[in-house]
Design a binder for this molecule. Sequence first.
Ligand code: AMP
Ligand code: MN
Ligand code: ZN
Length: 936
Amino acid sequence: MATREKINAIVAIACAAAVSLVVAALYRRLRRRRAAGWRCCSEFEDKPQNRFKRVLADNSYAPFKHFKREEKEEVSLKMHPFEEEITSLLENPPALLNFITTHEYSDMSASYVWIDTEHQLEYLAKLLSEEQVFAVDTEQHSLRSFLGFTALMQISIEREDFLIDTIALHDVMGILRPVFADPSICKVFHGADNDVLWLQRDFHIYVVNMFDTAKACEILSKPHKSLAYLLETYCGVSTDKTLQREDWRVRPLSVEMIEYARIDAHYLLYIADCLASELRRKSPDTSACPDDKFNFFFEASRRSNMVCLQLYVKEIESTPGASAAASILSRNLSVQGVTSWKSSEIKDLIWKLCAWRDLMARIHDESLRYVLSDQAIVSLAVRIPKEPIEVYDVIQQADLDNGSSNIYSILPSPSPIVSTHIKELCFLLREASANIDDVFRRFLQKHLGPIGCCPLSAYNYAILSEFSLKQTNTLFMKHAGEKFTSTIGKKASRELFVQKFSCKSPVYHNCRIYASDGRLLCYCDRRKLEWYLKRDLAKVVEDDPPAIMLLFEPKGRPEDEDNDFYIQSKKNICVGCGEKNHYLRYRIIPSCYRMHFPEHLKSHRSHDIVLLCVDCHEIAHSAAEKYKRQIAEEFGIPLFVRKIVDSGESTVATVSSKSLGVIEETGVSPLQLRTAAMALLRHGSSMPARRYEELIQIVKAYFGGREISREDLEMALLVGMSPHERRRLEKKKGLSFRHHEQSIIYKSSTSSNGETIENNIKRNNSIHISQESLKDYVKNIDGRQTNTSASDMHAGLLLSGDNSPSGNVQCLNKTEEWERRNICILSNGHGHGDLQKETCEAVLPSTSYQVPSAKAAKKLSLLGHGPHGKQVVEHLLNKYGEDGIRQFCQRWRQVFVDAIHPRFLPSGWDIMHSGRRDFGEYSVYNPSKKALHTAN
Ligand code: AMP
Ligand code: MN
Ligand code: ZN
């Protein structure tokens, strides 16, 4: 009985366990299926590169950014950061050294050191820093990655072999940067051409002082220069080079792979030593010319270091996939004969399929070959299957026909990428005439990103960003023979500007967080970044200042209401778009009206002065100018005065806006204004009449169409720059000067006669730009008419100033563009007054126009819309009293909100703001109320 009970109990338990197992399995499957619907591409695949947090070369079309050395201020990201050191080595080759102490090679011992922690790597860096020479080799993985990545690094010193797990240590490999760049430590490679570039691409490691045994072979005219030959000849070691193509991502590495990898570096020091001796023997009597070019060792060293000067670049194609398409076409042209390739449909399809493959490979971070083979592309283009099954068949057959002969035969055919995206592939094959641009845009929108099914990784995030999309666009458009539109050029150059010249923000919250679509979410401190990085929720996209990109869709966006998370650093950002790097003050209620308000109604100024970036500033200003015209019509009070006479009896007359043309319509940006004014001031008299007229129109448009005086031009240069900014600029340049008649001072940072700037000021009250640099600068400004280059943007923004403590001045020092031009523009500090008094819309000493003095008349001429404003305000006060003014302000806030759709306004800001705290109901944060208000 007791046994039966026991058995029953056991059966019951077993059943319960079985049921729970089944339930768990079902649940797992359910979850998996749900997940599959979400991420269809690489559902359970864990590619090691997905764990990299710092990806220097992503798969976007953006150019590769090289390492920027902190101590080097004026270098571009396209330059070799260690060019100077390497050039110096080329000129003075390092003295002949002993690569090993004993001139004998040691067999590989049983032990080696596997390095896969940051701590170990630091230890190795320290150890190597005390060596005179070490040997290096790397192994790459390229099949399951678009650009490839370094999977292993072998470093050997005489007594030890180190194998560095560059996958595990990918993000911290920079630890070895100093030893690789140390000119006093020789790095021995064999055939370093690729290694040098790979090290730059993955780790920003640059080799300075190298001895390449392949270069030595070249000079010694060896029958072969392969490492296998050298190993055989000098060390009697034979290697199996097929191991070269192993999948070096696997961990742990097999015994054979470890052996192979060690051999590639272990004997290099000995081989280098042998080759160096031969080079020495081959050199003519060195006592006659000890260090000249007849010294063969020096020549080997020179050639090796020439390799170090190479820079990694991402391949640039006229259109995505173009080079592959060209190569496929040319190969098959010769095989299949010209006739069948005449068909433009086939050619077009090959081009499209190559473009598709290129994009898919970039997004999924796979090699082109993994996505779709060349021969499959040819078959698809020739046979044009329409249904998924047929497409699979064609691909499979093509790979089978071709596959048996190569190592790729083990690859899945069709690839999982093809299977996942079969619909689009069929669409591409079916709709021969489809606009490829639209097709790709759809692909990107549908599949990538938080709601798409393709993985969003550190490698492809940038493909999402507007810049890369625009770039892609441009490329496609170029292919289609369409015109490169200037807006795209403008956008791209603006991006380039932001990328290249963006200024540093205060240290305590200079870190940025971007959404996966490239949208700036917020500024924060370093700790917040680290929080995300630790949890694998983000990847680093910028080092200095640091920025991360979230790999998930955040719960809220900055524009969401009540999202304190994002509003924490709202103080010094563009209230429109959140731009932080630069901003100007903007007055929501134009000064031409406000200045005539009764004193007590002016007191809410802070509410109606906001910060805007140049872009938003331009939009807001343009909208305000338009609205002024509307008001002018509504009240029957014309905007423009032709001339303001001394007596104050303003002769009011409308100026024909014909001459102002397009500018009138779109408004003038402060940047446009300043550059135009600058050019006019310096070269007005000598510039071509047509150009002169163009520039005058720009300035005129800003000043409401009236005639322009020299003061206007000088004032125009100051638009948007606060006294504080100017003081900082002066301080930074070690300058301090007082206000003089000459209100604008131009400074050449390297005075040609060596005279100090202060002295110059004392004597002349001004400093003049050297003619040459000026010409250069003006040329640059003149160039802007056709397209806005990044340097123009920079010039403009430099002028605009920046409120961040280390703002533009720093850019100015660091920017090679700018340094080349050798100019900086300083304005005198007017003191501590309000910005209002500094800008073009100057404030009168009294609110009346009846000012007799000539000085005041001059100021009067700066007013632009002043007379109009005065009449409007008087009209409002007479007819509606102060309520009229309040309503008038509300109208202007509405204009501003409609133009900018500001997302970063301070929480208390309100259209209905009146001094009483009655905001809330009509808050801009409450869009539903907006329409209601507009109806008022
Ligand atoms: P090695 O310079 O021999 O150490 O090769 C370094 C890396 O280059 C290897 O890990 C491979 O990824 C790549 N590689 C070199 N030669 C070949 C080849 N013939 N085929 C494929 N990959 C190669
Ligand atoms: Mn190797
Ligand atoms: Zn903005």
